[in-house]
Design a protein around this ligand. Structure first.
Ligand code: GUN
Length: 307
């Protein structure tokens, strides 16, 4: 890879390492005043991808010094049993963050489960209280992937205020909270999706393009304004030339000459999601402290800090 290409790459692994170092330092400060941050991760069933994600979350937490509790439940767990576990974790003052890995088995009502998590322990930012707070521009626990994308943008572009950001995708996990965060960062935001008319023309107007649609290599050079910054959230497995590989929603090779910066897949957004889960766990721990300790730790904001 030549120097020209390297200079355009947004290195998510390096950025995540910086965020994790910040989190590790903050854990030490918390422990010094008697707070031992703890994250509970709940996995229902045996989805192979979810098992890998959960293992990585638990490992990363331990590396930062965050205590992790793993709850693996069988696929036929009744909704009432899962709700009872969440109630138990809500009531346990030594647990600061609760993450229920999605997707849940079809017989469980995802909304009811996410609403059962105490909003102050909701490290995914999926509770309606936090979703609403984010759309009001309040400092709340914010979904990890969009928070990580925003950090990548700020680290690589500096001030993004006034830029036109286009988000492809309207999921609750990425597209919608991403749009809210970009708006909070003073971007002009357009959200497009699979039913949008003139999808390509709208994308071509973007200074910042965030692709989170789950369609392998949907976006190529033709969709991009020269000099655009591209954040590719897609992680799509494709079988090509007899081998299986991961590709993004953006055709990286086609896009590269057209952009000023772009995240690769893998090694772009992925590592930032887990890093921000650690940040959110610490933010949750702070939110749960009585006022004096909270004030003592307020010097470093880890809830997304754009005013
Ligand atoms: N499944 C895919 N992405 C996520 C995420 O960000 N959080 C949870 N809990 N489950 C997921």
């Amino acid at each position: 890879m030549n120097r020209h290409i390297t200079s355009k790459l947004i290195d998510g692994k390096a950025a995540a390492a910086r965020v994790l170092a910040e989190a590790t330092l903050e854990v030490r400060k918390m422990k010094a005043i008697g707070i031992e941050p703890a994250l509970a991760v709940v996995l229902v069933g045996h989805d192979p991808a979810s098992q890998v994600y959960v293992r990585n979350k638990v490992l990363r937490a331990e590396e930062c010094g965050i205590r992790s509790l793993e709850h693996r439940l069988p696929a036929d767990t009744r909704e009432a049993e899962l709700l009872a576990l969440i109630a138990e974790l809500n009531a346990d003052a030594s647990v600061h963050g609760i993450l229920v890995q999605l997707p849940l088995p079809a017989h469980i009502d995802e909304h009811r489960v996410l609403q059962a998590v105490n909003p102050l322990k909701d490290v995914d930012g999926f509770h309606a209280e936090n979703v609403g707070g984010l759309s009001q521009g309040r400092e709340v626990l914010t979904p990890c992937t969009p928070a990580g994308c925003l950090r990548l943008l700020q680290d690589s572009c500096g001030d993004i205020s006034g830029k036109h950001a286009v988000v492809i995708g309207r999921s609750n996990i990425v597209g919608k909270p991403m749009a809210a965060l970009l708006l909070k960062a003073h971007c002009s935001v357009t959200v497009v999706h699979s039913k949008s008319a003139n999808l390509r023309e709208l994308c071509r107007q973007a200074d910042i393009l965030v692709a989170a649609v789950g369609r392998p290599r949907l976006v190529d050079a033709d969709w991009l304004k020269p000099g655009a910054v591209v954040i590719d959230v897609g992680i799509n497995r494709v079988d090509e030339d007899g081998r299986s590989r991961l590709v993004g929603d953006v055709d990286f090779d086609s896009a590269l000459p057209q952009v000023s910066a772009i995240t690769p897949v893998p090694g772009g957004v992925g590592p930032m999601t887990i890093a921000y889960l650690m940040k959110n766990t610490l933010a949750a721990a702070r939110l749960q402290q009585p006022a004096p300790s909270t004030l003592a730790l307020r010097t470093e904001a880890t809830c997304p800090s754009i005013s």
